[in-house]
Design a binder for this molecule. Sequence first.
Ligand code: HEM
Length: 464
Amino acid sequence: MSKRGGAETPPGPDGLPLVGSLPEYARDPFGFERRVHREYGDVVRWKVPGGWMYHLADPEHIEHVLVRNNQNYVKGEVFQETLGPVLGNGVLNAEGEFWRRQRHLVEPAFHPDRISTYAEMMVDVTERQTGRWRAGEIRDIHSDMTALTLEIIGRAMFGLDLSDESEEVGEALETVMKASEFSYSDLVPEQIPTPERRRFENAVEDLNRVVARIIKERKRNPTDEDVVSMLLAARDDEGEGMSLRQVRDEVMTLLLAGHETTALALTFTFFLLAQHGDVERKIVRELDEELGGETPTFRDLPNLTYLEQVVKESMRLYPPVPSIVREPVEDDRVGDYRLPAGETVSMSQHVVHRDPRWYDDPMAFRPERWTGDFEQSLPRLAYFPFAAGPRRCIGDRFAMLEARLVLATILQRFHLEQVSGPSMDLRMSITARPKKPVEMKIHEREEWREKQERTEKAVESPAE
Ligand code: HEM
């Protein structure tokens, strides 16, 4: 630890010359982050090619970066390099005044009153897509949830049915996300067209085609409701409209940010439920009591309290966005440590959400822990699946509405049995994605319930 300007350099692993800790990180990013936190503490510095990564795990420090001193931070190089070629200067990537204006422009689409109007459509789409499921078949639930959330975001934001594009978008997204992982090919000079880079460019082309179709369709047939028409009609103080390039960037941002993460949250929840029959039975009981077999609606949600606890607990153990990165514009400090301008600061939900200082028995999937008192007692940034501060997720309410309605609709009718093994290997990109298909066997709820009752009876009276 060295001292400069009254603040110290944080401790951390030495790593190798040139590549630093990249090899170890690339082998197992989640394990690496957990290990350095355990061994070096709440502020750790480790070397990456061309710079340093500063890893923060104290909620107080994270609040400092994301909320209290947010004006000193930009999303920085990691964001620009990985997401820039896909999202351009959309609201997720933009900075400063330009970001503020764009955020303000898309905000009306996320007003609570407007969001509640999407509920019925969310349930309809879920019923229709899962109406094709057959008892006994084995399905890749991650791919199903991606198709489902893509159709929902297409209808909610753009007033369009994108179900025909779902395979193309799903595959392109997989390639784009793979390219955003840290890998050795990052060390190859940018001008060299590696096969990976060519695949990436083709994927961006595919996504561009889908976005171009959305914009073309809405230009031809504008509505009062959809975001594209809203963006095309927007004027700044000088009466200037938005460039077509900017409209493209915003549509791409909402299309991708608006479905991939929710698909992951749903996939992880089904994965957890498949291993915790007690939790699943408790949700089903709640659904029976509150809905009595009827289709869930927006008005039912305040009564589905256990379901909400389940979603929160699932995003604690498996946050779809596993870490957030920022770059200090000017030197900053957290506690005793200096965060130098221009370096990368990373804050990992994955690590903080599993910290035993905040979560008793942190690896246990225990939705019951999410009581009002417990939430009150948590440090503010000990739970941040949607980030915090001015750049908090704009779609948090939309996502929570969608996740609960989709789960309520599916769980009323189906039980999903895990067939691809009890572990979930994740790939760390901008989001945490399952490495392999998440295969599950579909059971009709009634048949599953009868089987459960028979098993329970047999356990209670084994002699019979
Ligand atoms: C479970 C689902 C979701 C999770 C976990 C999630 C998580 C996040 C996180 C952590 C950020 C902050 C990223 C950063 O600052 O580095 C973010 C930003 C954002 N999210 Fe989400 N998100 C979800 C769903 C959605 C949905 C449904 C939409 C749109 C319909 C959306 C649109 C956005 C946008 C536009 C931003 C950028 C906001 C800004 O910088 O002003 N997200 N999200």
